[in-house]
Design a protein around this ligand. Structure first.
Ligand code: 4GN
Length: 241
C-alpha cells in the first residue's frame, strides 16, 4: 500500500514514520510512504504558496494553483491508479477504527496537509475526495493528524503487525475497551496481579478478561456498548454491574 503526503513541513514526519513498526514495514516493502514539499510546486520567485483571502480578514489561504499542481503531479505519477485524496481538517469526518479499516482497503492514499487559515475552497470541491478530522480541536497544520491516520491505517495492512498484536485490533473493532494487562513481577510495591491470571485456567482467564473489558467500557465509554456485539453472558454481566 502506498501513502503519499503533501506538506510544507516534511521534517515533521521523520520521527513517527521512521521509527518502530512503521519503519520496519517500510524497510520490508510492505508499505511505501513518500513525502512531497508543496513549496516545490510553486512557480513564483519567492516560492510562496499562500495569499490574502478575498473578502478580507486575518490570515492567509493556500492558493489553488500550487495545490492543484502538487496533487495532480502525485496522482499522475503512478499511471491512472485510483486515489483517495484526503484533506486533514477540523471540519472533516471524525476518524475512528472503522474508517481506518476502510482506508486500509485502498491501494493509494494522498494526504494534503493544510496550513494558515485553510485551503482555497475550489481545491476541496474538485480534487479532495475525503475530509478527515482526528478530533474536535485545532492544530497549527494537518501534519500531526496525517501522521496519526497513516499510523492507524498502516498497522492494519497485512504483514505490518505480528499476529499477537492484531488481537488488540479485533477488540476495538468490536467496540469494547481492552482488559487490564500485567507482567512480572507478581507483586510490585504492594500491588499484586489478580490471582486468576496466575491460575492457568484458560476459561476462567477468558471470563475475567471479558468481564473487565465490559466493566471498563461501561465505566468509561458507555456509548460504545450500543455498537458492541454482546453475548447473552455479556448482557448478564452488565445487568449485574
Ligand atoms: C486537522 C488540521 C486539526 C485537524 C488542523 C484535526 C490545520 N487542525 N482535528 N489544522 O484533524 C485550518 C487550515 C486548520 C489547516 C488546518
Amino acid at each position: 500500500m502506498r501513502f503519499d503526503i503533501l506538506t510544507l513541513f516534511p521534517e515533521m514526519f521523520t520521527g513517527p514514520l521512521t521509527s518502530s513498526i512503521i519503519k520496519r514495514a517500510r524497510d520490508r516493502g510492505i508499505i511505501e510512504i513518500n513525502l512531497f514539499n508543496i513549496r516545490d510546486y510553486s512557480t513564483n520567485k519567492h516560492r510562496t504558496v499562500d495569499d490574502t483571502p478575498y473578502g478580507g480578514g486575518a490570515g492567509m489561504v493556500m492558493g489553488p494553483e500550487v495545490l492543484t499542481r502538487a496533487i495532480e503531479s502525485v496522482t499522475s505519477r503512478y499511471g491512472s491508479s485510483p486515489y483517495r485524496v484526503i484533506l486533514m481538517c477540523p471540519q472533516g469526518r471524525v476518524f475512528n477504527q472503522a474508517l481506518a479499516s476502510e482506508l486500509a482497503g485502498e491501494q493509494n492514499l494522498l494526504f494534503v496537509c493544510g496550513h494558515y487559515e485553510g485551503i482555497d475552497e475550489r481545491v476541496r470541491e474538485s480534487l479532495v475526495t475525503d475530509e478527515i478530522s482526528i478530533g474536535d480541536y485545532v492544530l497549527t497544520g494537518g501534519e500531526l493528524p496525517a501522521a496519526v491516520v497513516v499510523d492507524a491505517v498502516a498497522r492494519l495492512v497485512p504483514g505490518v503487525l505480528g499476529e499477537t498484536a492484531s488481537i488488540v485490533e479485533e477488540s476495538f473493532q468490536n467496540n469494547l475497551l481492552e482488559y487490564p494487562h500485567y507482567t512480572k513481577p507478581r507483586s510490585f510495591r504492594g500491588q499484586t496481579v489478580p490471582e486468576v491470571l496466575l491460575s492457568g485456567h484458560h476459561e476462567e482467564i477468558r471470563k475475567w478478561r471479558r468481564r473487565n473489558s465490559l466493566v471498563r467500557t461501561l465505566a468509561r465509554r458507555p456509548e460504545l456498548l450500543l455498537r458492541a456485539e454482546l453475548t447473552k453472558e455479556d448482557k448478564e454481566i452488565l445487568k449485574e454491574i
